[in-house]
Design a protein around this ligand. Structure first.
Ligand SMILES: Cc1ncc(COP(=O)(O)O)c(C=O)c1O
Length: 331
């Protein structure tokens, strides 16, 4: 039926919006079809949100480097909230008082680049925040990429609550590229406020999302659970192989409970030199500096575990070999 109309669908294909709303509702976040707007990938969702808002943007430090690029290209002031293995909510309140950001972009579910998962007690520390401050909270979720041990519904702990369950005005964003294929440019925004939805719709009218891609995503909806189970099963094996290889060479890395990447501590601020030496060998790791404060992250390397185990073994050997060269030069 979509092919009979003019193909301009404000907000996106209705069945896709409904399917995403149903999945969020089944996951504990009651959502209506009207609250969901389809975008060009998750980063299209973030772009739309940035264009719909003004003022400084609080981010976790480190945070997803593509998001930082989107902020830089819009000349938005970035307010850094230092992140360790967990959120420091006391530090957050200090940052909010001092810097007064108007927007916060957070990745509580399998944060990129650390893979960390904020627990319920940490999330509780944010409850009521956006109404007290005021602050527009954007929660980017990677919750499908749960790589914690245990069988899906049996001994694996439940996922913590969505931020929008605690912060009713929070906007949630997600996408298909991380769970299905990076080439499938379908993302979504769940915007609970009508005014926000109006400005987001204006944005998607300027940059419409291809209807064919939306129809592919719609066709995939009934199979998503199976796709996610297969993908996470494979990612778990690949993650464990990568970590075993890196640790075998004496490198320190915290096991990421989910996501697509490992955040590797090189023990010294040599990530830039190492990345430059790895690139000619086709090993595409990213230096910590790209993910936030250069001085805090220069000793970290972000390594994806999206390749198969054989490729990861070769990459690990190459990382260890080139790191040895870089260290010897610095000594
Ligand atoms: C935090 C985060 N956001 C977004 C993306 C990808 O976004 P898109 O849907 O635009 O491809 C990734 C991919 O790894 C990611 O880790």
């Amino acid at each position: 039926p979509h092919l009979l109309g003019d193909g301009r669908l404000l907000g996106g294909v209705a069945e896709l919006r409904a399917g995403i709303a149903d999945r969020l509702t089944a996951d504990g976040l009651a959502t209506t079809r009207e609250q969901v707007i389809i975008t060009n990938g998750a980063m299209g969702a973030l772009s739309a949100m940035l264009d719909a808002t003004r003022g400084p943007v609080l981010v976790e430090d480190p945070t997803y480097h593509v998001a930082l690029r989107l902020l830089a290209s819009r000349s938005r002031r970035v307010v850094a909230w230092g992140r360790g293995p967990s959120w420091d909510v006391d530090a957050l309140h200090g940052v909010l008082r001092r810097e007064k950001p108007s927007v916060a972009y957070l990745i509580p579910d399998f944060h990129n680049p650390t893979g960390a998962l904020a627990g319920n007690p940490e999330r509780d520390g944010l409850a009521g925040l956006e109404r007290r401050v005021p602050l527009i909270v954007i929660d980017e979720t990677l919750r499908e990429l749960d790589l914690r041990d245990g069988d899906r519904n049996l001994d694996r702990p439940a996922m913590p609550r969505h931020l929008a369950e605690l912060l009713p005005d929070a906007v949630t964003i997600g996408g298909f590229s991380k769970i299905v294929w990076s080439g499938l440019r379908i993302g979504w925004v769940r915007a609970p406020q009508r005014a926000q939805r109006e400005s987001l719709r204006r944005f998607t009218d300027v940059q419409p999302v291809p209807v064919f891609e939306q129809l592919i995503a719609t066709e995939l909806l009934p199979h998503l659970d199976e796709i996610i189970a297969t993908r996470t099963g494979r990612l778990r094996v690949q993650r464990d192989a990568l970590l075993a290889g890196l640790r075998g060479h004496g490198l320190q890395v915290v096991t990421p409970p989910g996501g697509l990447v490992a955040w590797v501590d090189l023990g010294a601020p040599v990530a830039d030199e190492l990345v430059a030496r790895l690139a000619p060998h086709g090993v595409l790791a990213a230096p910590g500096r790209e993910f936030g404060s250069a001085h805090r992250h220069a000793r970290f390397l972000r390594v994806p575990f999206t390749s198969d185990v054989g490729v990861l073994a070769q990459a690990t050997e190459r990382i260890a070999r080139e790191l040895e060269v870089v260290r010897r030069r610095k000594a």
